[in-house]
Design a binder for this molecule. Structure first.
Ligand code: PGA
Length: 255
C-alpha cells in the first residue's frame, strides 16, 4: 500500500484530481470509479477546472459510483445522483448515458442492485477508483462487520454512526435514509488502481486503523492492504497519528 502525505487538503485534492486527469489522457475510454461525501468535493472542483483548461476530456470515459441512498429520488438534493451532477457531471463533457449510479428509487432495490452489478461486470472493473473513508472505516457503504455479498452490489442498512455523520448534509427535520445500495467491498477491490483520499484531523484515528491495523471487515478500509495498487492520499492532519515509517510509505515505494 502506498501512502502519500501532502501539506494541505487542497494539495491532496489537487493531487488526486491530477491522477484522474492523467488517467484520462493515458486512456481516454477509462472507467472511473467515483465516490461522494464531503471529501471528494475539492477533487471534482479541480477536475472540472482541468476540463475547462483542456486537460481532462471525459468524452469517451464511463463512470460508476459506489453507492446511492435507498428511497431518495435522483432529484432529491441529497441523492448521490444529484451530488454527482452538481459537482462533476454537469461541469464536464460526460454524456449522462455513460454515468452510472445504483438506482435508489427503484421499486425493487434488489433488482436494481443486480442490474447495477451486471453493468459493472460488463464495463468494469474501474481503471481508477476514488474512495473516501468513513469515520468508522467504511468504504462505499460497506459498514464494519459487513457480511460477504457474493452478488456484488447489494442493499445495506446504514450504521447509526454513518447516519449521524451524514446528517450534516440533510435539512433540519430531514432523516438520513436507513438503507442504501452499495457496491460490495469485493467489487471495489477489483479496481485496477485505487486512491483513497482522507483529509482533516477527524480521520486521523481511522486512517491509522486502516493502514497499521490488522486486515479485517471490522475496518473495511483495512482490506485495501490486500490490493496490489492502492494509495492513501492524506493531508498532514489525516496523517497526524501515523507512525513516521507508515507516513513515509513502504521502503520499496520511496524515491
Ligand atoms: P466524507 O465521507 O467524505 O463526507 O467524510 C467519507 C465516507 O463516508 O466515505
Amino acid at each position: 500500500m502506498k501512502v502519500m502525505v501532502l501539506p494541505s487538503a487542497a494539495d491532496a485534492e489537487h493531487h488526486v484530481a491530477a491522477l484522474f486527469a492523467k488517467q484520462l489522457r493515458r486512456k481516454p475510454d477509462s472507467v472511473l470509479g467515483l465516490a461522494t461525501g464531503g471529501t471528494p468535493v475539492g477533487v471534482y472542483r479541480a477536475l472540472a477546472a482541468a476540463h475547462r483548461a483542456g486537460a481532462a476530456d471525459f468524452a469517451r470515459a464511463r463512470t460508476f459510483n459506489l453507492d446511492e441512498y435507498a428511497g431518495l429520488p435522483e432529484t432529491h438534493p441529497q441523492s448521490y445522483a444529484a451530488y454527482m451532477k452538481a459537482h462533476l457531471f454537469d461541469l464536464v463533457n460526460l454524456s449522462p448515458a455513460r454515468t452510472h449510479l445504483p438506482d435508489g428509487e427503484a421499486a425493487n432495490a434488489e433488482d436494481a442492485c443486480r442490474f447495477y452489478d451486471a453493468l459493472y461486470r460488463y464495463y468494469g472493473p474501474a481503471d481508477l477508483q476514488l474512495l473516501g473513508i468513513g469515520l468508522n472505516g467504511h468504504i462505499g457503504f460497506n459498514e464494519p462487520g459487513f457480511a460477504p455479498a457474493p452478488g456484488g452490489t447489494h442493499v445495506v442498512r446504514l450504521d447509526e454512526s454513518t447516519r449521524r455523520a451524514n446528517a450534516r448534509f440533510f435539512g433540519e427535520g430531514e432523516q438520513v435514509p436507513e438503507y442504501a445500495l452499495t457496491m460490495s467491498a469485493g467489487r471495489i477491490l477489483q479496481a485496477r488502481s485505487i486512491v483513497l483520499l482522507a483529509t482533516g484531523a477527524a480521520k486521523a484515528t481511522i486512517v491509522v486503523r486502516a493502514l497499521e491495523g490488522p486486515i479485517g471487515t471490522d475496518c473495511p478500509a483495512s482490506l485495501l492492504q490486500l490490493h496490489p495498487d492502492a494509495t492513501f492520499v492524506l493531508d498532514i492532519e489525516a496523517a497526524g497519528k501515523l507512525e513516521p515509517e507508515t507516513a513515509a510509505g513502504p521502503p520499496l515505494e520511496r524515491g
